[in-house]
Design a protein around this ligand. Structure first.
Ligand SMILES: Nc1ncnc2c1ncn2[C@@H]1O[C@H](COP(=O)(O)OP(=O)(O)OP(=O)(O)O)[C@@H](O)[C@H]1O
Length: 634
């Protein structure tokens, strides 16, 4: 089995424009999930923006109606001014409270969104076909859960509210300015349009760098993960220096991408800020000019308010540009999240299920909800009474063809039969297609043509979960989870009792080492970096298959070197597991091959020889060469 090209990363190639459909989709998702919170927060943001502009607008009244008349009075009466100032204070207070409320609400919404999206991602990921996991880089998928989801949180908690608030500030300021003086407003609008063009150009430019930055992080994650998993190989082959060098290169690539992205972001901000200052000066000059030349009737209060408003008009532009940058960055993350959510799920049209049954004295089967040891296939029929077929473990491959990519054929015309309790050994050189054949039986991949049957039933008509329940797999690479020893064995069948777990461990020859562990069956195992030896891990995986107790076993025998004693235990465990079960074994041990009822020699996706050991030896063909050591079986 090999990891193929990272399809997701390929799809997430840098684009030069903000993806509007992703933005729309994200907005729909947020609005659909949190409508009430968004409405309340929106009202608060609007109130905050309104208060800011109203305060500036109020300045005109303050100057023209209170301060200027007071300057002419001999004994100024401060009472109306104080009254006006209190009103202004209340307006600002309302604004502050509104902004505080909207910030709080959006913080909560963004946390909930994070949680919901992670749940959605995980639930969706669990429904994806094996093809996805085989062809996608784990580190890249993981960074969608961490970096990309966190970027979304920032987007919802900061960028969206600030963008809306800045937009409203700008709009209210514009309205106020137009009310005060349309001539001076024209000056401001002219400069504003110029700045808009500048922002648009810079935003589009920065998008590609932000996506580049996200991708570079994904690559770093993958590399660290791969190096962690393969640390043994790194050390054994003394690749530390190369690995370090490659990591530094990846990190440097990220550094460059981040520097470019941030360079744009930091360039935008001062540029927009200076446009604001420029506008400020222009307004003051234009105001003076218009007033002195009496082009338009401007009071002192109007000019004061206008100068203030011109700030409220220009500042949001800087904020908007800054937030647009964040949004572009977050959209790259959102795109990657949606890509994962859009990955097609595993299709399952199977209607035949596996049920527990009892047998009456006449030999008829009856479905039961009790966990009886007997199982049967339940086929719905037109009459309404389902047909029950006893689960036996007969497997047939009939002219099966398969291709992973739809272009290069991997399996050619595979036909064989394994009846209940029979052992079939698959042998052949690496890459011949042995694992692929087993992947067809559990429907990790769908065959292109031909038929595979289980107990005479075409497996495409069986519900996938039930088909997989009817077989167990012991893989070369043992994966254990962070749990107790018993928990890891019980993974094979969650309903297994403690006695079942111990019996399975005994059958797998694992009981001896488990009872030597500090807490025996309750010993905690660290899934990622287990404190068990490789041989012990393999024994646990055999026990896990044993506790599932299905009539069909797929064994991918490990080629790794373990000590002779453990090897003997593993062999014993495997042999016990095969007893009375139909077994499809990717065989590396000669004893497995020797004892098999049928040996299939696979080469380049074809069965080139078949028969028992004696028959094949007599043929003096490829098997003979393999067995006599002319070709290595491993
Ligand atoms: N997920 C995959 N996507 C594309 N091609 C694949 C995939 N898995 C395997 N292949 C290709 O299919 C062919 C058969 O591979 P397979 O893993 O079945 O061989 P094998 O006989 O089991 O080899 P080994 O003994 O090394 O495990 C090889 O050319 C391999 O590169």
């Amino acid at each position: 089995m090999r990891k193929g090209v990272n399809q997701l990363t390929q799809k997430a190639q840098p684009k030069h424009k903000l993806n509007w459909s992703t933005l729309r989709r994200l907005m729909r998702l947020i609005f659909k999930t949190y409508p009430l919170q968004l409405v309340i927060s929106g009202i608060c943001v609007a109130l905050g923006a309104f208060a800011t502009v109203a305060g500036s607008f109020f300045l005109r009244r303050l100057v023209d109606n209170y301060i200027t008349p007071m300057l002419r009075e001999r004994v100024p009466n401060f009472a109306p001014l104080i009254h006006a100032l209190i009103i202004m204070g209340i307006i600002f207070l309302i604004g502050v409270v509104a902004v505080f409320l909207s910030t709080e609400i959006m913080a909560i919404v963004s946390q909930q969104l994070q949680r919901d999206i992670r749940n959605q991602l995980f639930q969706h990921m669990e429904k994806l076909p094996m093809r996805f996991f085989d062809s996608t880089d784990d580190g890249d998928t993981m960074s969608r859960y961490t970096n990309d989801v966190d970027t979304l949180r920032q987007l919802v908690s900061q960028s969206f509210p600030q963008l809306i608030s800045a937009g409203l500030n700008w709009l209210f300021a514009l309205a106020a300015m137009l009310i005060l003086s349309w001539q001076m407003s024209m000056v401001s609008i002219g400069i504003f349009i110029l700045s808009l063009f500048l922002v648009r150009w810079m935003t589009n430019e920065s998008h590609k760098y932000f996506q580049g930055q996200q991708q570079a992080i994904g690559q770093i994650d993958s590399y660290v993960e791969e190096t962690l998993t393969g640390q043994k190989e790194v050390k054994v082959f003394s690749h530390e220096a190369e690995v370090e060098h490659q990591f530094i290169q990846l990190n440097d690539a990220w550094g460059k991408a981040a520097a470019k992205a941030n360079g744009y972001a930091t360039m935008l901000f001062p540029m927009m800020g200076n446009i604001g200052n420029f506008l400020y000066v222009l307004v003051a000059v234009a105001g003076g000019f218009i007033a002195i030349n009496r082009i338009a009737p401007l009071t002192l209060g109007t000019i004061a308010a206008f100068v203030q408003l011109s700030r409220s008009f220009s500042q949001p532009v800087a904020q908007i540009s800054q937030q647009l940058n964040f949004i572009v960055q977050a959209m790259a993350g959102a795109e990657r999240i949606f890509q994962l959510l859009d990955e097609p799920v595993e299709v399952d049209n199977g209607t035949i299920t596996l049920v527990h049954v009892t047998q009456d004295p006449q030999g008829n089967l009856h479905e039961t909800t009790d966990e009886t040891p007997e199982l049967a296939w339940k086929t719905p029929t037109a009459s309404g009474t389902p047909k029950l077929t006893r689960l036996r473990g007969d497997i047939t491959f009939d002219h099966v063809n398969f291709s992973y990519d739809g272009v290069h054929q991997t399996l050619f015309d595979i036909s064989f039969q394994a009846n209940q309790g029979q052992q079939v050994a698959l042998v052949g050189e690496t890459g011949a297609g042995k694992t692929t054949i087993t992947n067809m039986l559990n429907r990790f991949y769908e065959i292109e043509s031909g038929t595979i049957t289980y107990d005479g039933i075409n497996i495409v008509t069986i519900k996938k979960a039930d088909l997989r329940r009817a077989m167990a797999i012991v893989l070369q690479q043992t994966n254990l989870f962070t749990d107790t020893v018993a928990g890891n064995i019980r993974y094979g069948r969650l309903s297994a009792s403690t006695a079942d777990v111990v019996n399975a461990a005994k059958l797998a020859d694992a009981d001896a080492f488990i009872t030597q562990l500090p807490q025996q069956y309750e010993t905690e195992i660290d899934g990622s970096n287990s404190n068990l030896s490789e041989g012990q891990r393999q024994l646990l995986s055999i026990a896990r298959a044993a506790v599932a107790d299905p009539p069909v076993m797929i064994l991918d025998e490990a080629t790794s070197n373990v000590d002779t004693n453990t090897e003997r235990q593993i062999q014993g465990g495997m042999d016990n597991l095969m007893k009375n079960r139909t077994t499809l074994a990717i065989a590396h041990r000669l004893s497995t091959v020797f004892n098999s009822d049928l040996i299939l020699v696979i080469s380049a996706g074809r069965i080139i020889e078949r028969g028992t050991h004696d028959q094949l030896m007599a043929e003096h063909g490829k098997y003979y060469e393999l067995y006599t050591g002319k070709i290595d079986l491993k």
